[in-house]
Structure formats: structure tokens, C-alpha cells
Design a binder for this molecule. Structure first.
Ligand code: ATP
Ligand code: MG
Length: 290
């Protein structure tokens, strides 16, 4: 029995008219507003947008860590009401148990689900092999590099055969060389497993390289500004990053993000920055000043 991959027809995410409002001492904050997105079974979708626009908030709703203020999030037609083993989550910070070996870390979720020792070992070793980590199965996390730890984190999130993988800037803490290698490993693993991925990144090249589609969000309160289909063929290879099609997509998204980052910074600049310099910020925003 192949216990690595979930059924191919599962893993559809539907977020409809989602709103999240946080109550703070200083008042309420609308983090996201009327956001509708979807991820088809087996699709790789990225969310990209300026800092603070609500990307993590949105992902946390899909993970089941946070309840919507309005609207809803669904997985395969069922409203998401909490975390579940049908969704694996990977954050920027490594979250491995330091007292367990690499393999025991990967087996942890399978143990909770009642898999036998031999099933756990088979599943863990298969996935560690896909991630190029089999020879490190008996190492402890502090004996690994940052890139390796994050690879173990991905393998651990995949161990229970989730339908969906949710990744919040998983490579954000890595140096640029390691990051590129991790992108290749992830795209190869995804190509093999074909599970749905919702991926957050600030790195536009990374989003284009990995994704089938990209949602670009506005500054807070985050809404969907654009939806971009990435028509590059699969499997993706590093050489594609030099093609005119790739370069043009990156340029288009860069322009969209820049508009939003300026909009986000505009408020701060009016409040203290440019205001202090007696600079008028006219109706055209701050774009003409930078
Ligand atoms: N628990 C909370 N309580 C109050 N405000 C919050 C809470 N979590 C997030 N926020 C606010 O909601 C907004 C969106 O935050 P979020 O972390 O989702 O942004 P983000 O797009 O992930 O940003 P970044 O790219 O910097 O990670 C921010 O203004 C943030 O300060
Ligand atoms: Mg975030």
C-alpha cells in the first residue's frame, strides 16, 4: 500500500468573503477584508503582498488556528473548524523536537494517529529519501543546518499524508543559495506527491518558480488585488528563471507589489515621516517622491 500520497481528488480549499478583525487595546484592526481565494486539488498557489497585509492571518484561518470574523474557509466542502491532520503546516521558524532524532520527529504525527512501528518507519524513510535526508535519519536537529531542519519540517508536515500543505515563508530564514536549492527540492517533492499547497512568500521569483497561480494582496486590510496564472511548463527547472516569460511575470508582480507597499508606507509617511519634513503628499500618493 502506498501511504505517502493522499487521494488525488481531495484538497480543495475555498475561502469565501473572509474578514478578520482583531480587537486590541488601541481599537479594532481589520486584518483581511472580503477575501475569496481557492486552491484546487493538487494545485500550488502562492499568496504575496506587503508586510502586514494579512497573509499569515489568512493562512491561520485555513490551518484552523483562527476563526473568521465574517465569511468562511472550507476544505473539500466542509467548513474548517479547527486544526486537523488533513492539513500540514510549515512556518518560517523550525519547530522540530530537539530531543528526538530526525526520523522520530517525522514519525511523531503518525504515532499519534496509531500507525504501527513498521508503517511509521516505512512512511518516514520514504519521505526522508524524497527530501535527500535518509542518511541523517538518526541525527538530532541541532546537528543539522538550517536548510536541513526546514526540509525535516516539510517532511514531518507531509508524514500523515495531508491533502493540503500550508507554508508561511518557509524559506525566509535561509540564505539565498540554500533557498534556491530548497525551492528545487520542494517543487520536485510536490511534483511527486501532487498535494495542494498554499504558500506565502515575500520573494516574487520564488512564487513564480513554484506556483501554478499567485494571488497578489493589497496593503492592510488585505484584499485580493490580482490573480496571476503562471503558464510555465512542469517540471520547473532553474533554467526557466532566465526565460523572457519568467522575467516578465516577475516584473508584472513587482509593479503590483510596489504600488501596495507604497500605499502601506504612505500612511506612516504622512503620520510622521514626510509630515515632519513639511512635505505635501498629494492625491497621487508618495510614488512621485521616491
Ligand atoms: N493576534 C493579533 N492581534 C492583533 N492584531 C493582529 C494579530 N495578528 C495579526 N495582527 C495584525 O493584523 C495585520 C495582518 O497581520 P499578518 O501577520 O497576517 O500580516 P502578514 O501579511 O503575514 O505580514 P508579514 O508579511 O510581515 O508576515 C497586521 O496589522 C497585524 O499587526
Ligand atoms: Mg506573515
Amino acid at each position: 500500500m502506498n501511504i505517502v500520497s493522499p487521494p488525488a481528488s481531495l484538497g480543495r480549499i475555498d475561502v469565501r468573503n473572509l474578514g478578520i478583525r482583531f480587537q486590541t487595546k488601541a481599537g479594532s484592526i481589520d486584518a483581511v477584508n472580503d477575501v475569496s481565494i481557492h486552491v484546487q486539488p493538487g494545485e500550488f498557489v502562492s499568496l504575496i503582498g506587503p508586510s502586514g497585509c494579512g497573509k499569515s492571518t489568512l493562512l491561520n484561518v485555513v490551518a484552523g488556528f483562527l476563526e473568521p470574523t465574517s465569511g468562511q474557509a472550507m476544505l473539500d466542502g466542509q467548513t474548517i473548524r479547527g486544526p486537523g491532520s488533513d492539513r500540514g503546516v510549515v512556518f518560517q521558524q523550525y519547530s522540530l523536537f530537539p530531543w528526538m532524532t530526525v526520523r522520530k520527529n517525522v514519525e511523531f504525527g503518525l504515532k499519534l494517529k496509531g500507525f504501527s512501528a513498521s508503517e511509521r518507519e516505512t512512511q518516514a524513510r520514504t519521505l526522508l529519501g524524497l527530501a535527500g535526508l535518509l542518511s541523517f535519519e538518526n541525527h538530532y536537529p541541532d546537528q543539522l543546518s538550517g536548510g536541513m531542519k526546514q526540509r525535516v519540517g516539510i517532511v514531518r508536515a507531509l508524514a500523515t499524508s495531508p491533502q493540503v500543505l500550508l507554508m508561511d515563508e518557509p524559506f525566509g530564514a535561509l540564505d539565498s543559495q540554500t533557498r534556491v536549492v530548497m525551492q528545487e527540492i520542494l517543487t520536485n517533492m510536490w511534483q511527486r506527491l501532487r498535494i495542494s499547497v498554499l504558500f506565502i512568500t515575500h520573494d516574487i521569483e520564488e512564487a513564480v518558480f513554484l506556483s501554478d497561480r499567485i494571488y497578489v494582496m493589497t496593503a492592510r486590510p488585505g484584499r485580493i488585488k490580482s490573480e496571476i496564472v503562471v503558464p510555465l511548463p512542469r517540471p520547473r527547472t532553474p533554467e526557466m528563471t532566465a526565460t523572457p516569460q519568467f522575467v516578465q511575470l516577475v516584473r508584472t508582480i513587482k509593479t503590483l507589489i510596489r504600488e501596495e507597499s507604497l500605499a502601506a508606507m504612505g500612511g506612516e509617511l504622512c503620520d510622521g515621516g514626510l509630515g515632519g519634513l513639511s512635505t505635501e503628499v498629494g492625491p497621487q500618493g508618495v510614488a512621485h517622491l521616491v
